[in-house]
Design a protein around this ligand. Structure first.
Ligand code: NCD
Length: 439
């Protein structure tokens, strides 16, 4: 079970799928129940060195609702940072006053610098164009509430994908949920390579275009963003892009009927108010979700709340299965079982030949490289290290040296992580029959 006590919340890169679902479940409890004394006696410090309304106020609302007290500073010009104090020193001092530090700062990497200065938990409320993990968790919570699942969704991101930290964090977090992503931005504001590489390494499918019309009919969710004026040195350049995409009734007419329109807010013209009352517009609900999600985070990092029952939101998350099936014979023999797995909703990952065979048979699956193909990504090794498989079905064809290396590494890691490992087709058959019953 995830342990958040004393943990810094800095980037979505550091969250596993289990961590995310754990926060979702605690946030749900925070929304349904009142815990007015949970953080009694604790002090939450909000340090906001960059403009913010929602993030700071929803953190403060969250802290107050569960009984903490809040000390706050806003604007670098009113703080010692302006006098040239380092973030480590700020952290050392405030860490002596408060039990949790929440910071927003204009520089990427600043949250980590703050964390280096204190043992108290740090929560990143946005570090320049870098990450914005708490926004992502509330975005995921919003998606889960709207769609009933985080899995297999088609999600479009439109606007400033270069500087939009909410996009960077959300796209990173979605890698666990087998999404198909659509990036819509002018070339100058396209999704940076750094984040695309993360997605490549996690075998996430994505498409890019400058034209919203290319993808609007596809997506389940359209995540709209503001062009981040404060990151531009040239106002002309900003003016050129600021209203390149405007979402209104005409956009909804081209979209799927059940499309959800999200926006981290503030909006500055990129969504017309004419759609505010449509059931597709969920951006205000999204902003309100900041409170339960931030309550959950504060309660978890201070160690004041733990889930007693271990039931995760298991039903909400599709399970990942790795398939590596040696001989042609076994591939054919196991095809009906694998088809069953796909129909009851498992995500299938497979090594090259199994991938190709299944694809030809019309079974959707994602190819991963073998551990012995060092450096080639997406790689099974990374998936194992990130604890992303729930079941491994590995039917070796013989004892070739490569198979022996890959197999033994896989088996060892599977045991270490208590992942069920099936090496026999008949056992796989019975297991899949049992899973089908449960589904
Ligand atoms: C976002 C941010 O600060 O990155 N706002 C927020 O936290 N809700 C998005 C933005 O400012 O455009």
């Amino acid at each position: 079970m995830p342990n958040f006590v004393g943990r810094d919340i800095i980037s979505m890169d550091e969250f596993s799928r289990e961590d995310i679902m754990y926060v979702m479940r605690v946030a749900e409890l925070m929304e349904k129940n009142k815990y007015p004394e949970l953080l009694k006696g604790l002090i939450v410090s909000t340090l906001f060195f960059e403009p913010s309304t929602r993030t700071r106020l929803s953190f403060e609302t969250a802290a107050l609702q569960i009984g903490a007290q809040v000390i706050s500073t806003t604007g670098a010009q009113f703080s010692s940072l302006y006098k040239g104090e380092t973030l480590q020193d700020t952290a050392a001092v405030i860490g002596g006053y408060a039990d949790v530090l929440v910071m927003r700062h204009p520089e990427k990497g600043s949250a980590r610098a703050l964390a280096d200065g204190t043992d108290k938990p740090i929560i990143n409320g946005g570090d320049g164009p870098g990450d914005h993990p708490t926004q992502t968790l509330l975005d995921l919570y919003t998606i889960l509430s709207a769609k009933g699942t985080l899995d297999n969704l088609k999600i479009g991101f439109v606007g400033d994908l270069k500087y939009g930290r909410t996009v960077h964090s959300l796209a990173t977090a979605l890698r666990f949920f087998n999404p198909e992503l659509y990036f819509i931005a002018p070339k100058a504001l396209a999704m940076p390579d750094e984040y695309k590489e993360r997605l490549d390494n996690a075998a996430v499918k994505y498409h890019e275009s400058e034209n919203l019309d290319d993808f609007i009919g596809e997506v389940d969710i359209l995540y709209v963003t503001r062009v981040q004026k404060e990151r531009f040195t040239d106002v002309e350049e900003y003016n050129k892009y600021k209203l390149m995409y405007i979402i209104g009734n005409d956009t909804l007419n081209k979209a799927r009927k059940d499309v959800s329109i999200m926006h981290p807010l503030p909006r500055v013209g990129e969504i017309k108010t004419e759609i505010d009352n449509s059931p597709n517009a969920i951006y205000f609900q999204e902003a309100w979700n900041g409170v339960p999600v931030r309550k959950a985070l504060l309660a978890l990092v201070t160690g004041r709340f733990k889930l007693e029952d271990q039931t995760q939101s298991g039903k909400l998350v599709k399970k990942n299965v790795l398939l590596t099936i040696g001989s042609e014979d076994n591939k054919k023999k196991m095809l009906p079982d694998i088809q069953q797995l796909a129909t009851v909703g498992y995500n299938l990952y497979a090594t090259a030949k199994t991938h190709k065979f299944l694809k030809e048979m019309g079974v959707e699956n994602t190819q991963l490289h073998k551990i012995s193909d060092t450096g080639k990504q997406p790689n099974i090794k990374d998936f194992l290290e990130q604890k992303r498989f729930d079941i491994i079905i590995n039917i070796p064809s013989g004892l070739g040296s490569e198979e022996a290396t890959d197999g033994s590494l896989m088996r060892r890691m599977a045991i270490e992580q208590s992942i069920p490992l099936i090496t026999d087709p008949q056992v796989a058959h019975f297991l899949i029959a049992a899973l089908k019953k449960e589904a």
